[in-house]
Design a protein around this ligand. Structure first.
Ligand SMILES: [Zn+2]
Length: 209
């Protein structure tokens, strides 16, 4: 445990810092082909991890880069975090559990992170889940407009009418025609424009109007 902010109260500011090092002479798999290679060099990276009691916890590791004869220099994948994030998977999981139950701003206060960073985590997982959605069997889509909170902020939800379990396909702010345009854009991005022939679009929207 260390207090890296001089003059601050120890109890409030203390952080737990965990340092991970690879054994000397170890070999690591190339990110592309899995071929075992000696470390070419190391790059230091730090991730925020779940709190240790009330203290923020950070993991710092010298992450090896391999130099595969076929694929060149690549950074090894660490088992505790996704590529490009500054949080461990367990931290992100805990944040996502909170986000299911409360607004992002409230969840970010509990997790002790900036809400912009939490939004980035949310977008990462939502995009991942959306990319796995199989829309090939969708026959009819229900559109539900609802207002969020007290103001006049509308949210439109698109659901698969034939699916009982997790039927939500797409959610967007606003109501009316603009939301259908947003949904079409999403379908085009996910399935390509060839999927959205005028005939199919008619079928999608007229069936449920
Ligand atoms: Zn390789």
């Amino acid at each position: 445990m260390e207090d890296n902010r001089p003059g601050s109260g120890y109890r409030r500011r203390a952080q737990l810092k965990i340092r991970i090092k690879a054994d000397r002479g170890s070999e690591f798999p190339c990110l592309v082909c899995g071929r075992m290679c000696k470390a070419h060099d190391f790059q230091e990276k730090t991730w925020r991890h779940l709190n240790f009691f009330q203290h923020h916890c950070y993991i710092t590791a010298s992450v090896p880069r391999t130099n595969c004869p076929e694929h060149g220099v690549k950074m090894v994948k660490v088992p505790w975090a996704h590529k490009g994030t500054r949080f461990t998977m367990l931290f992100e999981q805990a944040a996502m559990v909170l986000v299911r139950e409360m607004p992002v701003a409230a969840a970010s206060r509990i997790m002790g992170i900036n809400d912009k960073r939490l939004w980035r985590i949310v977008f990462h997982y939502v995009n991942k889940a959306m990319s796995r959605l199989d829309l090939s069997q969708v026959q009819g889509i229900g559109i539900d407009e609802t207002s969020s909170g007290k103001g006049h902020r509308y949210v439109t939800i698109f659901i698969d009418l034939d699916r009982k379990d997790r039927p939500v396909l797409f959610v967007t702010e606003g109501k009316g025609r603009e939301t259908i345009e947003a949904f079409k854009k999403y379908l085009c991005a996910a399935w390509g424009t060839s999927y959205l022939t005028p005939v199919k679009l008619k079928y999608f929207f007229f069936k449920n109007s």
